[in-house]
Design a protein around this ligand. Structure first.
Ligand SMILES: Nc1nc2c(ncn2[C@@H]2O[C@H](COP(=O)(O)OP(=O)(O)O)[C@@H](O)[C@H]2O)c(=O)[nH]1
Ligand SMILES: [Mg+2]
Length: 248
């Protein structure tokens, strides 16, 4: 979906679910989009996804923070992986729209879990997907209640709008440079499972990559640690949620 299409989808919707990553929810908000939601008078919900990989106390604190510091109608905890949060989200949407029909769209940066969320919502509903007459052929809507429809196509916020750091972590040109950026963030986080996973503390240094390489036996031909492979593993562990750390 092109960015222009995303904006048009939002314009023609009745409300938006903005998905963020529970590990650093505030950094994954699009302030730019939230301004547009206000300008276009679209109610929006901030969906804190992946709550299964952060401590509950942190998830509660970030929810409170986002409620106080955004114009979202509501902020909802979800774990698309554990199928947690569907009923709470549904109740929140229903209490806002009452008996009115509404069409909703899901938006967010790459990798926050938009597709997983849509998949969970589709599986949680009895009538999973139903084509709506009069719409582009092939487009499916997920019926989350008798009056609420959700587009099955997520709106991806282009990576150019993310901070440079996140763009580099999600789409690295130089994996080692990106790994250092991630290590720096984890080092300054409130908590993480880094030590548990790798056996030592996160320091943004070449030595850390060497230690990861040795631990997982990523060795080059002469027996040298393959730091490139180590960096790739680190980034993958973050992107597929094995590695966690949290901060507001
Ligand atoms: N632990 C955990 N992982 C999740 C959750 N939702 C998504 N993921 C993982 O996050 C990564 C990105 O998810 P995806 O739905 O593809 O994100 P999208 O790019 O926004 O569509 C995948 O590795 C998912 O398995 C969740 O609630 N909990
Ligand atoms: Mg996706």
């Amino acid at each position: 979906m092109s960015w222009k299409t995303v904006l048009n989808e939002i314009k023609s919707s009745d409300g938006v679910l903005e998905v963020v990553d529970a590990r650093c929810p505030n950094e994954f908000r699009s302030k730019r989009l939230e301004e547009l939601f206000n300008e276009w008078e679209k109610p929006f919900w901030i969906i804190i996804n992946k709550v299964d990989i952060v401590p509950k106390a942190f998830a509660d604190r970030s929810k409170k923070f986002l409620k106080e510091n955004s114009d979202a109608v509501d902020v909802v905890h979800v774990s698309s992986k554990k199928f947690y949060g569907f009923w709470i989200l549904r109740r929140s949407l229903k209490s806002y729209f009452r008996d009115n029909k509404a069409k909703l769209v899901v938006v967010g940066f790459p990798n926050v879990g938009k597709s997983s969320l849509i998949n969970m919502l589709a599986q949680c509903t009895v009538v999973s997907t139903a084509p709506v007459p009069g719409h582009t052929k092939g487009k499916q809507w997920i019926r989350i209640s008798s009056k609420l429809l959700l587009s099955d196509t997520p709106g991806v916020i282009p990576k150019e709008f993310a901070s440079r750091d996140w763009a580099k972590i999600l789409f690295p040109d130089d994996v080692e440079e990106s790994a250092f950026i991630l290590l720096e963030k984890i080092k300054n986080a409130e908590g993480s499972n880094f030590e548990e996973l790798y056996g030592f503390s996160p320091e943004p240094s070449e030595e850390t990559l060497e230690r990861i390489a040795l631990k997982f036996r990523f060795l080059k031909k002469g027996g040298e640690p393959d730091t490139n492979r180590a960096a790739t593993k680190l980034l993958n562990d973050w992107n597929n949620c094995k590695l966690t750390a949290w901060w507001l």
